[in-house]
Design a protein around this ligand. Sequence first.
Ligand SMILES: Nc1ncnc2c1ncn2[C@@H]1O[C@H](COP(=O)(O)OP(=O)(O)OP(=O)(O)O)[C@@H](O)[C@H]1O
Length: 260
Amino acid sequence: MPSEARALQDPPQAPIGGRTLAAVSARDVSKVYGDGQGRVVAVDNVSIAFGQGSFTAIMGPSGSGKSTLMHCLAGLDTVDQGSIEIGGREITTLRDRQVTELRRDHIGFIFQSFNLLPTLTARQNIVLPIELAGKKIDKSRLDFAARRLGIEGRLDHLPSQLSGGQQQRVAIARALITSPDVIFADEPTGALDTRSGQNLLDILRTASREGGQTIVMVTHDPIAATYADRVVLLSDGQLVGQIEKPTSDDVLDAMRGLGA
Ligand SMILES: Nc1ncnc2c1ncn2[C@@H]1O[C@H](COP(=O)(O)OP(=O)(O)OP(=O)(O)O)[C@@H](O)[C@H]1O
């Protein structure tokens, strides 16, 4: 096993920015789909830790298991083997309701498909996680998030009245509004123009550096990856390397090396 891959087997990870605690960690995690001829090992014996306040990009060729790994780490999918801890709490043995509560209270999601509720306005979609948690809405926080994302003039529109990029920004505001400990983002800049994409990545980097939030982002974009503290590389479901303080050239070279 290459040395950089071995380093990934050793949670908690080396401190980033002086922080040592792992916000999320996986040990010997495997996820298999199908059986017989159709059997696919989507995640193959992965061990990795994400330090508190760290910003990690998960990269690898199409079909290498990035989304599956992220879904397992976030408790959105079950694992076939191994253990996953969020905030020091083992999640693979929790009941569905307990996992739902843990997600609601500690995790924010930004998905490619925005998952906005069609009958609620942008504002109502954004504050929904706060209302579901029975908490009070901080209007100044909502206004700040909307301004940062450039949707302050769109808050009273329904999702169907918004462009794809605007819908994505509403989904991002919804993920950030509860200040979750961990934000999982799957191709968050996919539907955004360059400027909005950079704005979002800046917001995520600030959330990690200044807010101490842990960011785990799946991306194909080498420029987006440079906003992260580290890139971890997946191939055929296995962790095959990592790059600390990545430059886009480092990332492009590594991806080419994986045949992507
Ligand atoms: N629900 C499923 N049933 C069967 N196979 C699946 C399922 N979900 C994913 N897979 C398979 O698992 C492997 C990993 O898929 P995954 O979506 O995690 O890859 P990815 O790296 O995120 O890909 P992409 O970059 O194309 O989005 C692929 O071979 C995929 O076909």
